[in-house]
Write a protein that binds this ligand. Structure first.
Ligand SMILES: Cc1ncc(C[n+]2csc(CCOP(=O)(O)OP(=O)(O)O)c2C)c(N)n1
Ligand code: SF4
Ligand code: SF4
Length: 624
C-alpha cells in the first residue's frame, strides 16, 4: 500500500517492519514524529512511550536489547548529548537484540538549538551510522539497521536531517513483521555488561573497534554506498551523504546547460557515513583529478578524503569546507552543488540558477517568535515583571534565568523577562551560580513542566541541599507544548487515551523539603504577583508552581465542551491607549480606528488584557 508519509513516519514503519518490541524516546524537533506516529497506531505487541528524557529512554532501550529484543530509541541531536554517557557505555558492551538509535539533526536550525552534527558522536563511539537519502530509504535502511545491529552485536545510529525528517513522500509501506515472543535473555556476564576494571573496559573497547570494522564489511557487501564511476578517467569525483545526495542530479541537470561532460563525472553517494567506505573512496580518488565533498555541518568525510589522498599520493584538488569553499554553518541545497561545480570545473553558472533556495536563516529572520494568544506563560511573565516593579527594583537589576520550551519566549517583547537559555533544566543551576557570584538582587529561574521532569529535578535537589537563594518558577502548562503537545509525567491522566500514572509536581516539590512552596494561577495576576514578590524577599530555595493548561490544549478541550466566557471591549471606556497590547502583546488584540478590538477567532478568554486595562474597557462575561 502506498501512503504519503514523513521521514519520521518512515523510521517508524521501518522499525515496525523489523518487528520492534519497544519504541521509546523524548520529543524534540525534528525527530518527534517517529514516536508520535507509533503512539497513534494500534500495536498490541509493541510498547511505545515518551520517556522522561533521552537518557532514560536510552537506558530502557539498552535493557530491551540486552534481553535480546529489538528496540527503537529516538531523539533530536540535543538529546544525544543527554544520553551520551549511556550511549558510549552500551556501545562498549554491545547488545544481543537489534538496537537502533534514530537521531534527527537540524542543519539550518529550523527549530532553534545548536547546529550539532551528531555524526561526531557516532565517530567518538565507533558506532555505525546510516543516513538515508530519501524517505523511501528511511524505511528500508531502518529495517536493515536492526539486522546490522544484530549482526555486529552493537547499537546502530540512523540519522535524518530536517528536510527528510519532516518532508513528505508517497511511498510503499511495508507490512509490519511479527514481534518476537521469545523469552527475554538474562545474560549474566560482568565482562560484557559492567565497566568495573581496566581489563574489562579495554577488552570492550577492542571489541567495539572490531564491531565497527565488521559493520564496514557488511555495509560494503550490502552495497549501501553507491559508487558510479564516469566513463572517462581524470574528471570530477563527487562524494555526498544523506539528503545531500538528492541535490546532485538536480544540480547536474542545471550544469548540463553550461556544457559539462557527464562522462567525466563520478559520484559516490553514501548511505552509511560511518564507517567511511575507505575502499570506495580510494577508488574515487584514484580515478578522478578533482574531488568535491558535499556534507552538511562538519567536514568528517572530507577529513578522511584528505587522509586517503595523502596515503595514495593524490595531488589533485579537494573542494569542500577545508579549502574554504563551503561554510560549516547552515543546511545545503542544490546551490551548494552548483557552487562546487563552478569551482571544480571553472564554470560560470550564474546565481540566478539557484537564487530560489531560501535559507533557513532568511526564513527565521522573517518569522516572529511569540507566545500564542491566551498562553498561560504570558500571565507568568507579566506577574514576574509586576513583582519586580512592586519591590521597586529595575528589570535590568534582576536576572531571570530561562529554560527550554515555550517558557523561553518571555525573552521577547513586550515581556523582556527571561535573559538566557542553555539546555534542559539548566536554569536552576544557572540561578544558583548567579546567586553564588554575589548578585545582590533576587535571582529567579523559570522552567517548564516537561523540562523540570527531564533535567530540572537533580538541579533543584542540588539547590535545596546547598540552601541556595533562588526563586524557581515552574511554568506548568500540563503538556510538553513546544514540540507539539506530547504528554509528560505531569499531564493529568484524563488528557490521554493511553493509560499511565500521573506524577504531580505539586507533591514532588514539598517532598524534597522545600519550605517555601506556593501554587499560583498565572491568570490571577494580583495573587501571582504577590506570591512572586513575597518569594523574592525570602531566603533559601523558594518554588512557585504556576499552573494553567496550555492555551492550545485548553481551547481544543473547551471547543468540545462549548464556549462559556467571552471578553468584550466596553467602547465608551476605551481611549485606544494600547496599554493592553504593550503589556500583553496578545495577537488577538487589534487596534481599531477609535477603540481596541478583539479578534474572536484568536481570543482564548485568558483575561490578561482585562487585568491590564485601567479604564475598565475590557470585560469578561459569561456567554448567554
Ligand atoms: C535535550 C533536549 N531534548 C529535547 C529538546 C526539544 N524540546 C524543546 S522545547 C521542549 C518542550 C519543553 O516542554 P516544557 O518544559 O513543558 O515547556 P513548554 O514548551 O510546554 O512551555 C522540548 C522537548 C531539547 N531542546 N533538548
Ligand atoms: S503552545 Fe501553549 S504553552 Fe506554547 S506558546 Fe502556545 S499556548 Fe503557550
Ligand atoms: S484578547 Fe485578552 S482575553 Fe483574549 S486572549 Fe488576548 S489577552 Fe487573553
Amino acid at each position: 500500500m502506498k501512503k504519503l508519509i514523513t521521514g519520521n513516519e518512515a523510521i517508524a514503519y521501518g522499525a515496525l517492519a523489523a518487528g520492534i518490541k519497544v519504541a521509546c524516546g523524548y520529543p524534540g524537533t525534528p525527530s518527534t514524529g517517529a514516536i508520535a506516529s507509533l503512539l497513534t497506531m494500534d500495536l498490541p505487541n509493541t510498547h511505545v512511550e515518551w520517556s522522561t528524557n533521552e537518557k532514560v529512554a536510552f537506558d530502557l532501550a539498552s535493557g530491551v536489547a540486552w534481553a535480546g529484543h529489538r528496540v527503537l530509541c529516538t531523539m533530536k541531536m540535543s538529546g544525544v548529548n543527554v544520553a551520551y554517557d549511556s550511549i558510549i557505555s552500551t556501545a562498549y558492551s554491545g547488545c544481543d537484540g537489534g538496537f537502533v538509535i534514530y537521531v534527527a539533526d537540524d542543519p539550518g536550525t529550523n527549530a532553534g538549538m545548536c547546529e550539532q552534527d551528531s555524526r561526531g558522536f557516532a565517530l567518538m563511539s565507533d558506532m555505525p551510522m546510516l543516513e538515508p537519502a530519501s524517505i523511501e530509504e528511511a524505511i528500508s535502511l531502518t529495517t536493515y539497521a536492526f539486522e546490522l545491529s544484530e549482526a555486529i552485536k552493537g547499537p546502530v545510529f540512523v540519522r535524518l536531517t530536517t528536510p527528510l525528517a519532516n518532508g513528505f513522500a508517497s511511498v510503499e509501506i511495508p507490512e509490519p513483521a511479527p514481534v518476537s515472543q521469545a523469552d527475554a535473555l538474562l545474560i549474566h556476564d560482568i565482562n560484557r555488561f559492567t565497566k568495573a576494571g581496566a581489563v574489562i573496559c579495554m577488552t570492550q573497547h577492542r571489541d567495539l573497534i572490531k564491531r565497527l570494522a565488521h559493520a564496514g564489511e557488511l555495509i560494503e557487501q550490502k552495497g549501501l554506498n553507491r559508487l558510479d564511476l564516469g566513463k572517462k578517467k581524470g574528471g570530477l569525483g563527487i562524494v555526498a551523504s544523506g539528503v545531500t545526495v538528492q541535490y546532485i542530479e538536480e544540480a547536474l541537470a542545471v550544469a548540463d546547460k553550461y556544457g559539462i561532460d557527464r562522462e567525466k563525472i563520478s559520484v559516490l553517494g553514501l548511505r552509511a557515513s560511518i564507517p567511511t567506505p575507505k575502499q570506495q573512496l580510494s577508488q574515487l580518488i584514484d580515478f578522478c583529478d578533482k574531488i568535491l565533498v558535499l556534507e552538511e555541518l562538519e567536514p568528517h568525510i572530507e577529513r578522511d578524503v584528505y587522509i586517503l589522498a595523502r596515503k595514495r599520493g593524490y595531488a589533485g584538488q579537494i573542494i569542500g569546507k577545508i579549502d574554504g569553499t563551503f561554510d560549516r554553518v547552515g543546511e545545503y541545497g542544490t546551490k551548494h552543488v552548483l557552487i562546487g561545480l563552478n569551482k571544480a570545473l571553472s564554470l560560470n553558472i550564474p546565481e540566478s540558477e539557484y537564487k530560489s533556495d531560501t535559507t533557513a536563516e532568511e526564513l527565521a529572520a522573517a518569522r516572529p517568535i511569540t507566545v500564542c494568544s491566551g498562553c498561560p506563560h504570558r500571565g507568568t511573565y507579566m506577574a514576574i515583571n509586576r513583582a519586580i516593579r512592586k519591590l521597586k527594583l529595575k528589570k535590568q537589576d534582576v536576572i531571570v534565568n530561562g529554560d527550554i520550551g515555550c517558557t523561553i519566549l518571555g525573552m521577547n517583547p513586550p515581556f523582556n523577562t527571561v535573559w538566557n537559555e542553555i539546555s534542559m533544566g539548566a536554569s536552576i543551576g544557572l540561578a544558583q551560580g548567579f546567586a553564588y557570584a554575589g548578585v545582590k538582587t533576587p535571582v529567579l529561574a523559570t522552567i517548564g513542566d516537561s523540562t523540570f521532569f527531564h533535567g530540572g529535578i537533580p538541579s533543584l535537589i542540588n539547590a535545596i541541599q546547598h540552601e541556595a537563594n533562588i526563586v524557581l518558577i515552574i511554568m506548568d502548562n500540563e503538556w510538553t507544548a513546544m514540540t507539539g503537545m506530547q504528554i509528560n509525567p505531569g499531564t493529568p491522566c484524563d488528557r490521554h487515551e493511553k493509560p499511565y500514572k500521573h506524577v504531580d509536581i505539586a507533591r514532588i516539590v514539598p517532598a524534597l523539603g522545600v519550605e517555601h512552596f506556593w501554587q499560583i494561577n498565572p491568570f490571577d495576576q494580583d495573587h501571582a504577583t504577590d506570591v512572586i514578590a513575597e518569594a523574592m524577599q525570602l531566603p533559601g530555595v523558594k518554588v512557585i508552581l504556576s499552573r494553567q493548561e496550555c492555551a492550545i490544549q485548553a481551547f481544543r478541550k473547551g471547543s468540545k465542551e462549548g464556549k462559556k466566557k467571552i471578553v468584550r471591549v466596553v467602547e465608551e471606556n476605551c481611549n485606544l491607549c494600547k496599554l493592553c497590547i504593550s503589556v500583553t502583546g496578545c495577537s488577538a488584540l487589534v487596534p481599531g480606528e477609535k477603540v481596541m478590538t478583539i479578534d474572536p477567532a484568536l481570543c482564548r478568554q485568558c483575561g490578561m488584557c482585562v487585568s491590564v486595562c485601567n479604564r475598565n474597557a475590557m470585560v469578561m462575561e459569561d456567554v448567554k
